[in-house]
Design a protein around this ligand. Structure first.
Ligand SMILES: Cc1cc2nc3c(=O)[nH]c(=O)nc-3n(C[C@H](O)[C@H](O)[C@H](O)COP(=O)(O)O)c2cc1C
Length: 242
C-alpha cells in the first residue's frame, strides 16, 4: 500500500495549499498569460440562433432526476437546442470591465476552459468537429467528418459516446489561469470544468435530453483529434448528450 503522502496527487494538493504564512510571501508565478479568447479565423462560421423563448423547466425536478445516462436514442437535435446547450456551458451573460461573465463561474473570471463539439445529428449542420467561439456565439468548423466514434475511441473505447447526438469536449488553456494563480490554478481549472459540465447536464435535462460526464480518456489522443498540442491546451473532460 503506497504511503498517501508520497503520491503525486497528495503532494500536489499539499504543495499548493494556502497557509496563513505563505499567503503573504507568495511570489507572482513566472508564467506568461495566454489570450482570453480563442478563435479560428480561417474556419467556416456557423451563427448560433439563441431562442428568446427558452423552454421552462423546474430546477428542483431537474436536480432530482439528473442521472448519468449511457444509452441514447440518437434523435436529431435542432441548431436552436444545440445553441441553448452551448449557452448553458459558456454563454456570456454580463460584462465587467474586460471580462465577459458567463453562465458558469470561473476563478478570477479567467475562463481557461474551451468548449468543442462533435456534432453528429444536428438539423441543418453536416457532422463534424467544431470549436465554440464564446465571444461571437458561433461555431467554428474544424473538420467535416463525423467524429463521434473517434471521440469514443479516444475515451477509452466507451462506445456509448459514439451513439450521442452531440459530444461536448472541454480543454484547458493552462496559462490563462496559471499566469495568475500559479500551480494552485490547476485546482481551479478542474473546478471550472465541473461547473460547466453540470450546467450542460441540467440544461440537457430541461430539453428532455440526457448525458454523461466522462473523464476516462486518452488525453493525448483526444487532444490530437482536436488539433491541440496537449501542452498549451489539453483536453480534460467531455460529455455526450443524446
Ligand atoms: C469527473 C467525472 C468523471 C466521470 N467519468 C466517467 C466515465 O469516464 N465514464 C462513465 O461512464 N461515467 C463517468 N462518470 C459518471 C459517474 O460514473 C457517475 O456520475 C456516478 O456513477 C454517479 O451516478 P450519477 O451521475 O447517475 O448520479 C464520471 C463522473 C464524473 C463526475
Amino acid at each position: 500500500m503506497p504511503d498517501l503522502r508520497k503520491t503525486l496527487g497528495y503532494l500536489y494538493l499539499h504543495d499548493t495549499k494556502f497557509t496563513r504564512k505563505n499567503i503573504r510571501e507568495r511570489e507572482r508565478p513566472a508564467i506568461a498569460p495566454a489570450p482570453a479568447f480563442k478563435e479560428y479565423p480561417a474556419a467556416a462560421k456557423i451563427e448560433l440562433p439563441l431562442a428568446q423563448a427558452r423552454p421552462t423547466a423546474d430546477l428542483w425536478q431537474l436536480l432530482q432526476q439528473r442521472r448519468s445516462r449511457r444509452s441514447f436514442s440518437g434523435s436529431p437535435m435542432s441548431l436552436e437546442d444545440l445553441a441553448l446547450l452551448l449557452w448553458a456551458c459558456q454563454g456570456v451573460t454580463a460584462q465587467a470591465g474586460p471580462f465577459l461573465l458567463r453562465t458558469a463561474p470561473s476563478a478570477g473570471a479567467l475562463y481557461p476552459i474551451e468548449t468543442y463539439v462533435a456534432a453528429e445529428r444536428i438539423q441543418g449542420l453536416a457532422p463534424g468537429l467544431f470549436h465554440f467561439n464564446v465571444r461571437n456565439f458561433q461555431l467554428e468548423r474544424l473538420t467535416d467528418q463525423a467524429a463521434g466514434p473517434l471521440v469514443a475511441r479516444a475515451a477509452l473505447d466507451q462506445s456509448f459516446i459514439g451513439q450521442a447526438t452531440a459530444v461536448f469536449i472541454w480543454s484547458a488553456m493552462l496559462r490563462r489561469n496559471m499566469a495568475k494563480y500559479g500551480q494552485r490554478g490547476l485546482r481551479y481549472i478542474c473546478m471550472d470544468a465541473g461547473h460547466i459540465c453540470q450546467n450542460l447536464l441540467l440544461a440537457a435535462g430541461a430539453l428532455g435530453r440526457q448525458g454523461c460526464p466522462v473523464a476516462a480518456l486518452y488525453d493525448d489522443e483526444l487532444s490530437e483529434l482536436l488539433g491541440l498540442d496537449g501542452v498549451e491546451e489539453s483536453v480534460l473532460y467531455l460529455a455526450p448528450v443524446g
